[in-house]
Each structure stands twice: as C-alpha cells, then as structure tokens.
Unconditional design. Structure first.
Length: 111
C-alpha cells in the first residue's frame, strides 16, 4: 500500500519563510518601495492592453527600476496583487520574501 499524499482540496502556500525566492535587484527595489507604502499603477491603451507599469513611492516619486517586465515577474511570482481595481500592492508572500538590506532604501529619509 502506497503512502502518497492525498489531495485535500485546500490550497496552501508553497513559499517557505526559511527558503526565500531568488529575487533580482530591480525586483527587490520595487518590493521595498511597495512595502513602505508605494503602489504600482498600470497604463493601458484603448483596447485594454498593458502599455506601461510604474511604481510610485509613498512620497510620490517614480521608481526608475520598475517597468512592465518587473511588474509581470512580480505578478507571476504572486508577490503583488490588486483588489477591486485598485493599484497593485505587496502581498504577504512578498513581505516574507523581502530581504531587509540598507542599500535597498527608496527614500533619503534617515540618512
């Protein structure tokens, strides 16, 4: 008799806090800006196709590292999400996989 796992119908997050994802520098900078209260705003054309994605910090500055490729990668890894048509914000998984490092600051506050 096999002791294979049985599907219980419940979805559980596969991300382990002890084993963070390998995240590139632009992704880290964008996640830090989002963790500090920033948002990602999408720009669409008349047909609804994505044209651009820009990250705005909580102070209103535009983050240069954030582009459409960074947005798609963050969304694919489920590190950001949008609810009820609002701008994209960081998720719990994004916070868990965020590395706290001084060189990832997005503002000059406290320097």
């Amino acid at each position: 008799m096999s002791s294979a796992p049985v599907w219980s119908g419940r979805v559980v997050s596969c991300l382990n806090p002890d084993d963070p994802l390998n995240i590139s520098k632009p992704l880290q900078r964008t996640l830090h800006a989002l963790a500090q209260g920033g948002v990602i705003v999408l720009e669409r054309d008349d047909r609804g196709t994505l044209i651009d994605a820009e990250c705005l910090t909580r102070d209103g500055w535009r983050l240069a590292d954030c582009n459409l490729a960074v947005f798609k990668d963050l969304k694919k890894k489920r590190l950001i999400s949008s609810q009820n048509g609002r701008p994209y914000r960081i998720t719990r998984e994004g916070l868990v996989n965020l590395r706290a490092q001084l060189d990832n600051r997005t503002t000059s506050r406290g320097w």
